[in-house]
Design a protein around this ligand. Structure first.
Ligand SMILES: NC(=O)c1ccc[n+]([C@@H]2O[C@H](COP(=O)([O-])OP(=O)(O)OC[C@H]3O[C@@H](n4cnc5c(N)ncnc54)[C@H](OP(=O)(O)O)[C@@H]3O)[C@@H](O)[C@H]2O)c1
Length: 246
């Protein structure tokens, strides 16, 4: 087999494989110099755009959840009886899918479950996850899945979400770490950026600085919102590029 035939073969296999995976959209608020942090995001616009996608699930990193609780919540209220039960009433809301191998969110997950725009929380962990955290999840009736030896195997996790939860569209408004891993693995189809009129400068936490491949994008939307914010949406044209994966 020639190298070109081999590359084509790998590409076709990967495309067939990805048919059973949800569509992943990264949605982030950034400064004009590309920082994810160190400015105040316009939460109204950020979540209005996120909601318009009508995703089946949000995929979120443990650091993002932890930071969000620190920034936006006023302390951690004690758990109540209902925090140990699955949410049943919010059928039309998206699941929150959280990757948390180390149990960083032990004692905090009820803050997510209580959120009115969350159907319920599903946690992905690995074989290395402490038993105490699994007990915590079991006692509170959280769905969780052990996928991966050390870290969570994201592709396997996405397959589970597609098959078991019928999650066809997943929006991830997470930070750089998880977002860039998803891009590097060729799992991201669309990138939605809400650009804020602010420059962060030398303390910038750049949205794409751990991406290790050259992405080709196509602009499919550009809107000016509230006179000062720009919403850009790109599709990723070469997410399955065999040259980048080999
Ligand atoms: N401006 C915005 O739109 C926006 C949105 C969200 C967040 N943020 C900011 O971003 C910051 C947090 O983001 P972050 O970049 O620190 O982290 P993050 O995106 O929350 O990502 C951390 C997650 O990546 C997972 N992970 C790490 N390595 C992995 C691997 N090899 N395989 C699978 N999963 C892996 C971790 O899993 P384990 O826990 O299992 O290790 C963890 O769940 C906060 O400051 C937050 O405010 C900004």
């Amino acid at each position: 087999m020639s190298i070109m035939e081999y590359v084509t073969h790998v590409r076709v296999l990967m495309m067939m494989d990805n048919k059973m995976l949800p569509k992943i959209i990264i949605h982030n608020s950034i400064s004009i110099d590309g920082s994810l942090t160190r400015f105040e995001p316009h939460m109204g616009l950020h979540y209005q755009i996120a909601g318009n996608y009508k995703p089946d699930a949000h995929l979120i990193g443990s650091n993002t959840i932890k930071k969000g609780i620190e920034l936006y919540e006023d302390g951690i209220p004690p758990e109540e009886k209902k925090d140990f039960e699955k949410q049943k009433r919010r059928k039309n809301q998206p699941y929150w899918i959280i990757i948390d191998t180390h149990g960083k969110l032990k004692g905090l997950l009820h803050m997510c479950r209580r959120f009115e725009f969350c159907k319920d929380v599903i946690v992905f962990v690995s074989e290395k996850t402490p038993k105490t955290y699994l007990n915590y999840l079991n006692e509170r009736n959280y769905d969780y899945h052990i996928v991966g030896k050390k870290q969570v195997n994201l592709k396997k996790g996405l397959e589970i979400l597609y098959k078991k939860y019928q999650a066809k569209t997943i929006l991830t408004d997470t930070g750089r770490i998880l977002g860039n891993i998803l891009i590097n693995k060729g799992l991201v189809s669309e990138i939605s950026l809400l650009i804020h009129p602010v420059i962060v400068g030398n303390k910038s936490y750049n949205i794409f600085s751990d991406v290790n491949k050259n992405l080709k994008l196509k602009l499919i939307k550009k809107e000016i919102l509230e006179n000062n914010f720009i919403w850009l949406v790109y599709t990723v044209e070469n997410k399955n590029s065999a040259w980048d994966e080999i």
